[in-house]
Design a protein around this ligand. Structure first.
Ligand code: NAD
Ligand code: UDP
Length: 314
């Protein structure tokens, strides 16, 4: 049994990770300020003896004797991270400094949930970890992209300067149950719109691409990364290389839900990346042959089932 701290544990990915870690017999501290997360996501864990819930903001230090930290605290949807961009930068940067300070003090492992956004609007395709990216430092996405880039810098510097045992993963677009219906990202927007027979909002022409990963595959990859020996620091891409245009995604969701929704076209947000696809050869080599198991149709079907129940309940 390990003592594990998950920051952002009440969010979409954090709650799925907490469930897996608890099922495997670990002792968990789930820390969150509930900005985009919710106690509803972890309702079934509250009250279990090995689960502790802490309301805390990662921009102030937090201390606990733990063996591992998964640092997930940060809004991930463009709508939410752009709501208070200064706070987003503080969460990424000060949050990283605080978890790294804790990891240094208690000599534990610390994993950073970084993002494919560090590649910005990528010119190299698919994206390999050695690519430095194409990020606008002063645009509306920069608070998130540059915040996460700076967090990666801090992780590497704490490792080089202080020997902190770090792991960096770069997560590509992930979806699945426990996403908030108001999250604002494309998969949840389209499914909720389809289930309500409302218009499906395509930004731009819908020709931009993303590679969508089901959350269970990500959680598996995260835990495998944490289990690697100290020589493996990353960054390592974790994503599903199957690439789809946003129009293709909308059509799949219409098909799976049987919805009568119409596609409507809205302006493309500033700096919206035109393409994204992970090269996962590093992950396969370093994480015991890890590769995603759930393909888009299967994952969307499970996610639609989740939203059907969730929307009927609310
Ligand atoms: P989410 O918004 O559902 O979860 C983020 C969690 O962090 C929420 O519970 C939120 O309340 C909490 N949080 C935010 N600011 C905080 C603060 N200052 N202090 C404490 N808690 C705070 O998003 P998610 O999709 O679950 O993303 C989790 C992590 O994974 C994020 O760091 C995100 O950048 C990263 N990531 C996600 C994706 C994806 O596709 N879902 C892709 C790349 C990276
Ligand atoms: N998008 C869209 N309609 C929506 C929400 C998003 O067409 O209702 C597009 C968005 O412009 C982007 C892609 O879907 O090109 C993925 O957006 P998301 O916010 O999920 O994540 P991103 O990868 O941009 O961070």
């Amino acid at each position: 049994m390990k003592r594990i701290l998950v920051t952002g544990g009440a969010g979409f990915i954090g709650s799925c990770l907490c469930k897996r870690l608890l099922n495997e017999g670990n002792d968990l501290i789930c820390l969150d300020n509930y900005f985009t997360g919710s106690k509803d996501n972890i309702l079934d864990l509250i009250g279990q003896p090995r689960f502790e819930l802490v309301r805390h903001d990662v921009i102030t230090p937090y201390y606990a004797e733990v063996d591992e930290i998964y640092n997930l605290a940060c809004p991930a949807s463009p709508v939410h991270y752009q709501y208070n961009p200064i706070k987003t930068v503080k969460t990424s940067v000060m949050g990283a400094i605080n978890v790294l300070g804790l990891a240094k003090r208690v000599r534990c492992k610390v994993l950073q949930a970084s993002t494919s956004e560090v590649y910005g609007d990528p010119i190299v395709h698919p994206q390999v970890e050695s690519y430095w990216g194409n990020v606008n430092p002063i645009g509306i996405r920069s608070c998130y992209d540059e915040g996460k880039r700076c967090a990666e810098t801090l992780f590497m510097d704490y490792h080089r300067q202080n020997g902190v045992r770090i792991k960096i993963i770069r997560i590509f677009n992930t979806y699945g149950p426990n996403m908030n219906p108001d999250d604002g990202r494309v998969v949840s927007n389209f499914i909720v719109q389809a289930l309500r027979n409302e218009d499906i909002t395509i930004y731009g022409k819908g020709e931009q691409t993303r590679s969508f990963q089901y959350v269970d595959d990500l959680v598996d990859g995260m835990m495998r990364m944490m289990a690697t020996d100290d020589s493996v620091t990353g960054p390592v891409n974790i994503g599903n290389p199957s690439e789809f245009s946003i129009l293709e995604l909308a059509e799949k969701i219409l098909m799976i839900t049987g919805s009568k929704s119409k596609l409507v076209f809205r302006p493309l947000p500033q700096d919206d990346p035109t393409q994204r696809q992970p090269d996962i050869s590093q992950a396969s080599a370093l994480l015991n042959g890890w590769k995603p198991k759930v393909q888009l149709d299967e994952g969307l079907t499970k996610t639609v089932d989740y939203f059907r129940t969730r929307i009927t309940r609310s």
